[in-house]
Design a protein around this ligand. Structure first.
Ligand SMILES: *Cc1c(COP(=O)(O)O)cnc(C)c1O
Length: 393
């Protein structure tokens, strides 16, 4: 198939749900992607934070190839060697979070956590944060804040409300004897790369304990090394009751999971389930991915490279930049104007980046990005944000 055919076929048959860019990517390695004309791009989007290990990691590729010849699918009513291996790794990442439920995506992990919180506490209410993004199916959409995702789909689930992030007083008022759970991202991804303060997450833990509510942390985007620790909540030293995981868990293969503390009750057969959840193929990929993150010391690398990147970004002298913030390699550059034209200019310069809301450029490079690639990224950003003037949309 040539480029013209590919554009034509996808454009004709696409659902229409995606604002598509006219580039055809056929191959990736590390933090690089190559288009059909062999042009190299630096990927600072990582598929919205999926490719923490970079693209086509050899250990993930090998695990998939080997497992696919043995056993691809197996419902979780039966035992399996790959699933056991993954449970052993995941069940020991955080002391106190030994149990795990497997599903296939981020939104499914949030749906599961909401159901677990309600069945465990017998209470209806879920509190989430303003600017939160938790997914697009009805439960997670009800917890998502931005009107852009919610409008046109009402009625959403009853029992959901939102509080401003980093406001402990508001949380004290919001969490009551009716609250099943407080659901929060430690670093808001889609919402603008806003970082919850350690004191806020610690207060959330205390208030939930006092009122008998559960604390659900959504680590779908921030998990598995992105912020310099396995999970972003570990920066504040607390242990949540439920942790939602997906995106980078299985090295790019679709997989979601919920880590579960002993405080979560009533998880008995029939309460919830997933056909593909915990299938041996995804489990084998996740074992390879998590082992590679450990062996390649990517937690420390993300912390160091993230600090280096933020330091260099702060040194860019541009009247366009309002703020630079982030944690590890989850970085936001807030501009004084809309970012879309700048993302387009970056793309023309072969750098892929994301927006987070209207005015924030979000950088989620693979944790294996090299220092040389970071230096190159900063140079392109410096030029784009200080020299060139993009045209209006
Ligand atoms: C991406 C994301 C989700 C939804 O994940 P999907 O796999 O797209 O359903 C949920 N929460 C957060 C924080 C995310 O970044």
């Amino acid at each position: 198939m040539n480029a013209t055919e590919i554009f034509e076929i996808e454009s004709r048959h696409t659902s229409g749900l995606y604002g598509k860019q006219p580039i055809i990517f056929v191959r990736g390695q590390g933090a690089s992607l190559w288009d059909i004309n062999e042009v190299e791009y630096l990927d600072c989007a990582s598929g919205h934070g999926v490719a923490n290990l970079g693209h086509a990691h050899p250990r993930v590729a090998r695990a998939l190839a080997e497992q696919s010849t043995k056993l691809i699918t197996l419902f979780e009513t039966f035992y399996n060697d790959q699933r056991a291996a993954l449970m052993q790794i995941m069940g020991t990442l955080v002391p106190g979070l030994e149990r795990v439920f497997f599903c296939n995506s981020g939104t499914e992990s949030v749906e599961a956590a909401i159901k677990f919180a309600r069945i465990s506490t017998g209470r209806p209410a879920i509190i989430a944060a303003m600017r939160a993004f938790h997914g697009r199916t009805y439960g997670s959409l009800s917890a998502t804040y931005n009107k852009k995702y919610r409008e046109g789909f009402e009625p959403l689930l009853p029992g959901f409300s939102h509080v401003p992030l980093n406001n402990i007083e508001a949380l004290e008022k919001a969490i009551t004897a009716e609250t099943a759970a407080f659901l929060v991202e430690v670093v808001q991804g889609e919402g603008g790369v806003y970082v919850a303060e350690n004191e806020y997450i610690q207060a959330a833990r205390r208030i939930c304990d006092e009122r008998g509510a559960l604390l659900i942390i959504d680590e779908v985007q921030s998990g598995f090394g992105r912020t310099g620790k396995w999970f972003a909540f570990q920066h504040s030293g607390i242990t949540p009751d439920l942790v939602c995981c997906a995106k980078s868990l299985a090295g790019g293969v679709p997989m979601g999971a919920v880590l579960i503390a002993p405080s979560v009750k009533n998880l008995v057969p029939g309460v919830h389930g997933s056909t593909f959840g915990g299938n041996p193929l995804a489990c084998a990929a996740a074992v390879a991915a998590l082992t590679a993150i450990k062996d390649e010391d990517l937690l420390n690398q993300a912390a160091e490279k993230g600090a280096y990147l933020i330091h260099k970004l702060c040194a860019i002298d541009s009247p366009l930049i309002r703020d630079v913030r982030g944690l590890g390699l989850m970085v936001g550059i807030e501009l004084k104007q809309k970012v879309q034209p700048y993302l387009k200019t970056l793309q023309d310069r072969h750098v892929l980046a994301l927006n987070a809301g209207m005015t924030v450029i979000r950088l989620l490079p693979p944790l294996v990005i090299t220092t040389r690639q970071i230096d190159g990224l900063v140079e392109v950003l410096r030029e784009v944000l200080t020299v060139e003037t993009p045209q209006a949309e």
